[in-house]
Design a protein around this ligand. Structure first.
Ligand code: NAP
Length: 248
């Protein structure tokens, strides 16, 4: 029996990359999951893949986290399906990179609506049932870019910095109900999001990382497991950079 056996866990953006790795890590520990992303085919096949190894562990929901009304409605369906919730991982995120000079208003809105408002929408939908959970946790996947900024990523940096402010405010608001809320700030992790970068840019990034390598999705999944564990019960409102030392 693991510390996560029977825990009810919701992970957004779990169709691939970091979110899928987080979902697999919780399933391996005996949790019951609801996983979310927009594309029904990819989130369905992610659930199928997890259930093949951990039978009946995972339900999937095709949902745009940026859509407030849809999130409230699906939130109810998730609670009905899982019978409650103990852990919420806000991981869904997108980039629409470009220098401010050329950034379109839609690029700003899409990134802020997904990365920041998406987390707000999920917390609004699930905070009441979370308060009734066992050792309840909210973990928001921010980014080192939210800490240090980046040329060409003003929208992304603002969304991820905003997520840190949201994290600290939730931590203060829900502390009285024993819900902890923390953020993880990944550095550069090998996923579809970073596969888009050219080899030159990747080498440039690696040269700034003291541990001299890109991170792996399991580095983030393992950190998420720790922050969700009973051992992390006295940690709230924190931002944990998992970045090979890039931002120390
Ligand atoms: P990814 O491979 O692009 O996966 C993103 C996931 O989010 C996909 O499953 C995608 O599925 C889902 N998603 C996107 N928009 C959504 C929406 N509006 N509603 C619901 N689901 C949505 O990204 P990743 O690299 O794994 O990144 C995961 C998180 O870590 C993101 O928040 C990212 O900003 C953060 N992060 C990543 C890195 C990195 O180096 N990879 C570094 C720092 C932070 P659909 O397209 O089907 O919706």
């Amino acid at each position: 029996m693991s510390k996560f056996t029977g825990k009810r866990v919701v992970v957004t953006g779990a169709g691939r990359g970091i979110g899928l790795a987080i979902a697999k890590a919780f399933a391996a520990e005996g949790a019951n999951l609801a996983i979310i992303s927009r594309n029904p085919t990819s989130i369905g096949s992610a659930a199928k893949e997890i259930n093949e190894t951990y039978p009946d562990s995972t339900k999937f929901f095709a949902l745009d986290v940026a859509d407030f009304d849809a999130v409230q409605e699906t939130g109810k369906a998730i609670i009905d399906e899982l019978g409650g919730i103990d852990i919420l991982i806000n991981n869904a995120g997108v980039t629409r990179d470009g220098l401010l000079m050329r950034m379109k208003s839609e690029d700003w809105d899409t990134v802020l609506d997904t990365n920041l408002k998406g987390a707000f929408n999920l917390v609004k939908a699930l905070q009441r049932p979370l308060m009734k959970g066992t050792d309840p946790r909210i973990i928001n996947i921010s980014s080192v870019i939210g800490l240090i900024g980046n040329a060409g990523q003003a929208n992304y940096a603002a969304s991820k910095a905003g997520l840190i402010g949201l994290t600290k405010s939730i931590a203060r608001e829900l502390a009285g109900r024993k819900v902890t809320c923390n953020a993880i700030a990944p550095g550069f992790i090998t996923t579809d999001m970073t596969d888009e970068l050219s080899d030159d840019i990747k080498q440039g990034i690696i040269s700034k990382v003291p541990l001299a390598t890109l991170g792996e999705v399991d580095d983030i999944a393992n950190t998420t497991l720790f922050l969700a564990s009973p051992e992390a019960k006295y940690i709230t409102g924190q931002v944990l950079a998992v970045d090979g030392g890039m931002t120390m």
